[in-house]
Design a protein around this ligand. Structure first.
Ligand code: TMP
Length: 202
């Protein structure tokens, strides 16, 4: 395995992304890959403080978008870029696709504004691969209903998540070569098989 890769995991809340990420990261480590796992919003001390704010305080949709990118700016400079430069692979649990899906699709922030923030924040850096955990919203909602403490986003209505899901799929349609779409409503074993197939291609 040569150049360090930057891989992101995406999907609506309740899609099983975090479980899939853990499996995938372990599988890469078993293959001897030097790997850093991180997350957004968060990934740095400042980013984690911003995460607390955006997940629990109500605010204007564009404030929310800017805070997501502020957290990301810090994350790219302090964590992601240095790791890739020293040859460490990076897996991030969410990245800019989440801002296009949640703030863009879910909250209606114009895509052109998000593209400006993206250009500003990481114009020269994009994930090599994004795994999108796609799932019918009813199934994701059902999975979330077992969770006792829901954050601001997880408490949104099904309609919001429908828009988030459609925005993710629209991103895939625009640049399909960057994405692998996981059919996340399948059983754990079947999801792991899909992940194993992706791993084999890396
Ligand atoms: P998580 O539950 O996967 O850790 O993500 C936290 C929440 O933050 C999730 O509901 C999606 C949301 N989010 C955005 O709305 N925009 C973003 O840019 C990111 C990174 C996350």
């Amino acid at each position: 395995m040569s150049k360090a890769r930057f891989i992101t995991f995406e999907g609506v809340d309740g899609a099983g992304k975090s479980t899939g990420l853990e499996w995938f990261a372990n599988a890469l480590r078993e293959r001897g890959v030097d790997l850093l796992v991180t997350r957004e919003p968060g990934g740095t001390p400042l980013g984690e403080k911003l995460r607390e704010l955006v997940l629990h305080e109500s605010m204007h949709a564009e404030t929310e978008a800017m805070l997501m990118f502020a957290s990301r700016r810090e994350h790219v400079e302090q964590v992601i870029r240095p790791a890739l430069q020293r040859g460490t692979w990076v897996i991030s649990d969410r990245f800019s696709d989440a801002s296009f899906a949640y703030q863009g699709g879910g909250r209606g922030v114009p895509v052109a504004k998000l593209e400006q923030l993206e250009q500003w924040t990481h114009g020269d850096l994009q994930p090599d691969l994004t795994l999108l955990f796609d799932i019918p919203i009813e199934v994701a909602r059902e999975r979330l209903s077992n969770n006792a403490s829901l954050d601001k986003f997880e408490r949104e209505k099904g309609e919001f998540f429908d828009k988030v899901r459609q925005a993710y799929l629209a991103r895939v349609a625009r640049t399909p070569q960057r994405y692998a779409v996981i059919r996340a409503e399948k059983s754990l074993n079947e999801v792991q098989q899909q992940l194993a197939d992706i791993l084999a291609e890396l």
